[in-house]
Design a protein around this ligand. Structure first.
Ligand code: SF4
Ligand code: SF4
Length: 425
């Protein structure tokens, strides 16, 4: 594929200054598992550089290395000269897509992810699998054990799908319990809406219990991270504009989300639309309002949960919460607020779990290798429960625990808090 004549290409500053120190290799999960330079941040950087300078053909095998990056952001954090290899890998995907748009991406990112009704219809089979009792039957008969390994992992990954997407159930406005002290928006992400409805319902309850009137616009579209990750930046920008408009109409002081990926993306809308004279200011104002649910709760006076939960709990940091947003203390603090919880730190808690959006589908072997390292660390904690603020991390951890035969609950920290407020556990 020739160098595309489509501006803007990554600027030279994004790839020229590498001093080849190798610091990024030590933190890269794909390099640590493969020990191949080409699967390292520095290797990807060199490939991109040679491609952009015309010394290598920009062919699909070059781009494949960009898609093999987990976008875990670990390399961005350690580079001493300020190169951001993770961002460059995603930029190169955009270059490829601009040079030769792929039809399936247009259908997925420009159609389905911009239409919540279509998305809900497309995922109906997953809900029916659960709702009609087919999954229970499959497990009772042990049929999942005869599936090929990869399919078995995909099946294990599915959370207990809700009967209906939360968007269809949650009121547009949830009143504060007692006096309303503030009005906050709640961004209900696609995975939370479709797969983890109970967890987001718990997040809204906890917000309301702590004095917030919660407005959940029903017509939000995908945050834009999947479109950005697959090079469809214009679709990500269209999704940003739609979501900004909706929350402007909702007239809220803060926008809270319980999904790490959504939060990191919503906080980036200012950057997404920074060159758009019509939208730049609105996008920056919107991004400034975004808070992860743990970040928000720790910033307001909170009711102490009265009920005890006797459990040994650990925490896995989602990359896009810890490095993407700098939020890591707050989820731990929430867990430690709960009486009876014995918090135990997870070794390498901030290392990617291997899911990285869709890596378990697109780069299965590497995704599983990275996951197994996480499982070894989880086993060392002796925890009954692992909490994490990202739906796809929870899906990946669920797969790993099923593979390893470990019995450990996987949940969002705010769910445990909700239980400590409401239940008799
Ligand atoms: S973002 Fe993560 S997986 Fe990608 S190159 Fe950097 S460290 Fe490696
Ligand atoms: S840490 Fe930065 S300068 Fe060092 S090898 Fe990696 S990209 Fe190059």
């Amino acid at each position: 594929m020739p160098i595309p004549d489509l501006p803007p290409l990554p600027s030279e500053a994004e790839y020229l200054n590498c001093i080849r120190c190798g610091l990024c290799l030590a933190v890269c999960p794909t390099y640590r598992e493969s020990l191949h330079e080409i699967a390292s941040p520095r290797g990807r950087l060199m490939l991109a550089r040679k491609g952009l300078q015309g010394e290598l053909d920009l062919r699909s095998n070059l781009y494949e290395q960009m898609y093999a990056c987990f976008d875990c952001l670990a390399c961005n954090e350690v580079c001493p000269v300020g190169i951001r290899p993770a961002d460059l890998a995603v930029e190169m995907r955009r270059v490829q897509e601009q040079a030769g748009p792929q039809f399936w991406k247009k259908v997925v990112f420009n159609r389905f992810l911009q239409n919540p009704d279509w998305l809900e219809a497309a995922t109906l089979p997953v809900r029916l699998y659960e709702r009609l009792g087919i999954r229970g039957l499959v497990h009772a008969l042990g049929l999942q054990k005869i599936l090929p390994r990869r399919l078995r992992d995909m099946e294990a990954m599915l959370p207990r799908a809700p009967r209906r997407p939360l968007r269809q159930i949650l009121p547009e406005v949830t009143s504060a319990g007692g006096e309303s002290k503030r009005r906050v928006g709640f961004f209900l992400g696609c995975a939370q809406n479709l797969m983890y409805a109970d967890e987001s319902a718990a997040a809204v309850r906890v917000l309301a219990r702590n004095g917030s009137t919660v407005v959940t616009p029903k017509d939000v579209v995908c945050c834009g991270m999947p479109a950005r990750s697959y090079g469809r930046m214009e679709d990500a920008r269209a999704q940003a504009r739609r979501n900004i408009e909706l929350f402007e109409t909702a007239d809220v002081e803060t926008v809270v989300t319980d999904c790490a990926t959504c939060g990191a993306t919503l906080k980036s809308y200012g950057a997404f639309l920074g060159d758009d004279p019509v939208w730049a200011e609105r996008a920056a104002a919107f991004s400034a309002k975004i808070r992860d649910v743990s970040e928000f709760l720790l910033s307001i006076p909170m009711e102490n949960p009265a009920k005890r939960i006797a459990a040994r709990v650990t925490y896995h940091d989602p990359c896009h919460l810890r490095r993407g947003q700098g939020v890591w203390k707050q989820p731990r603090e929430l867990l430690k607020m709960i009486g009876g919880v014995e918090f135990v730190e997870l070794p390498e808690a901030d290392v990617c779990c291997g899911m990285a959006g869709t890596q378990i589908i697109t780069h299965y072997e590497m995704s599983i290798k990275v996951l197994m390292r996480k499982l070894d660390n989880l086993a060392k904690t002796g925890a009954d429960c692992v909490a994490s603020g990202c739906p796809v991390c929870r899906m990946q951890l669920t797969t790993g625990l099923a593979r390893a035969g470990l019995s450990m609950r996987v949940t969002h920290p705010v769910v445990l808090l909700d239980e400590a407020y409401h239940s008799d556990l």
